[in-house]
Design a protein around this ligand. Structure first.
Ligand SMILES: Cc1cc2nc3c(=O)[nH]c(=O)nc-3n(C[C@H](O)[C@H](O)[C@H](O)COP(=O)(O)OP(=O)(O)OC[C@H]3O[C@@H](n4cnc5c(N)ncnc54)[C@H](O)[C@@H]3O)c2cc1C
Length: 397
């Protein structure tokens, strides 16, 4: 007999895991289909920051920053072993475009958008302490600001959210490739191949949380749902030997973009880049000019790398961003495009009932909030059941 679920979720990245958790917390039945493994897509290739996103203030994404800071505060409590508050350092040199007054203003605004806790404090690091900053180049250095944000292990966090969902009853199938769906009333018919076998199930609502594969999944659904204009933007990180002991460095690359230099499992992780990607998301790979850009930026700030260091790893991931226009300059560049998560609901023409929800873009930091919003958008289509939990209080281990 065909199994039926309230919700069938495609993708076990942070969004699929978060949506499954929020749904089972409401007592709903959930199946998650994942073509590879949990966090095998973008959710293991991020900069691993649970952050307000100081740089989003430049593109005036104030509500996004406020939400990210709220979720950061919550995750520091719920996932204490997985999300850790870290000092961040912003060096300002004679030739740095963002001047000290601008950083002071930005950090003051960042603090105002936060919860007023000690985690929102910032300061100017006195010159006498600059030599303790992991060998940061002090030639031409005019000021260093220190503030706080959080770091996580994205793969571990995604797995923890998925385990939490499973502990409340969500079913997860890995090596399960979604192959097609027929949208209908009162439920959708969903087909997938699992360990090479074709299987079918029914779901009152289908959730497309396939990250960079979002369009590919939509193309397999009938009747064809509406689609938003998006672009896939690749971001690369490089991993080099060398331990940073003080925290994370927020530095400006030659093109004014922000690059993070971070401690990562006893080594140093540097990222990221932004280049339009066209092709199959499974084929994303670091490009030589991205590696050169990140290496040059690292050497500019940390002279000990100027004599060369072996690359331990190079990782590329894909963001889903709203499509831009070809005439944009720096201000309208990829860097400045909205990082808001967009939810698109497809309704039955006959009954008006929601039957498909697609998640575009988003952040690791705001996955829980996104999942709650997904639930709020689907109330018309999902049954009301006795809740089992509330994601605001579910600890992640
Ligand atoms: C370089 C980079 C750095 C980033 N840094 C940060 C950061 O520091 N902090 C932050 O908050 N955010 C960051 N982000 C954003 C964040 O990482 C992403 O928004 C988030 O991981 C996306 O998760 P997702 O679940 O939507 O997608 P994914 O993690 O890609 O998950 C989608 C899943 O769907 C599966 N799938 C696809 N097609 C099918 C199919 N047909 N059948 C079954 N399964 C399928 C895939 O295998 C995949 O596992 C960064 C993003 C990038 C690219």
């Amino acid at each position: 007999m065909t199994q039926s679920f309230d919700l069938v979720v495609i993708g076990a990245g942070i969004h699929g895991a978060g949506i499954a958790q929020a749904a089972v917390a409401r007592g709903l039945s959930v199946l998650v289909l994942e073509q590879a493994g949990v966090a095998s897509g973008t959710s293991s290739r991020s900069s691993k920051l649970i952050h307000g996103g100081l740089r989003y203030l430049e593109s005036r994404q104030f509500s996004l920053v406020r939400e990210c800071l709220q979720e950061r505060a919550l995750l520091l409590k719920l996932a204490a072993g997985l999300v850790e508050l870290k000092p961040f350092y912003i060096p300002v040199y004679r030739d740095t475009a963002r001047r000290p007054w601008l950083l002071y203003a930005g950090l003051s605004l960042y603090r105002m958008l936060g919860d007023g806790s000690p985690a929102m404090r910032f300061r100017r690091v006195p010159q006498r302490d600059w030599k303790s900053l992991d060998g940061l180049d002090t030639t031409g250095l005019e000021a260093v600001f220190q503030y706080y944000d959080a770091q996580t292990d994205d793969t571990a966090l995604t797995n923890a959210v998925m385990r939490s969902a499973q502990s409340l009853g969500a079913q997860l199938k890995t090596s399960a490739i979604f192959t097609g769906a027929l949208l209908g009333d009162p439920s959708n018919i969903i087909e997938y191949s699992h360990d090479g076998k074709c299987e079918t199930c029914r779901g009152a609502v289908l959730v497309n949380a396939a990250g960079p594969w979002v369009k590919e999944v939509l193309s397999r659904i009938a009747p064809a749902p509406p689609q938003l204009g998006i672009e896939l933007v690749q971001g690369t990180h490089i991993l080099l030997p060398g331990k940073l002991t003080q925290g994370i460095y927020y530095v400006e690359a030659a093109d004014r973009r922000v690059v993070f230099v971070m401690p990562w499992k006893g080594n140093t992780l540097v990222g990221t880049t932004e280049f339009i990607f066209r092709g199959n998301p499974a084929d994303v790979a670091p490009l030589p000019h991205e590696v050169a850009y990140l290496t040059e930026t690292l050497c500019r700030y940390f002279p000990r790398y100027r004599t060369g260091a072996p690359l331990l790893n190079v990782i590329a991931g894909l963001r889903v961003l709203p499509r831009g226009n070809a005439t944009e300059g720096w201000e309208g560049s990829l860097h400045a495009r909205s990082r808001e998560t967009v939810l698109q609901v497809d309704r039955s023409e006959r009954s008006g009932r929601s039957r498909l929800l697609t998640v575009y873009g988003g952040k690791l930091t705001t996955y829980r909030l996104t999942a709650e919003r997904v639930m709020a958008r689907l109330t018309d289509a999902l049954p009301v059941r006795a809740p089992l939990a509330d994601t605001r209080y579910l600890e992640l281990t």
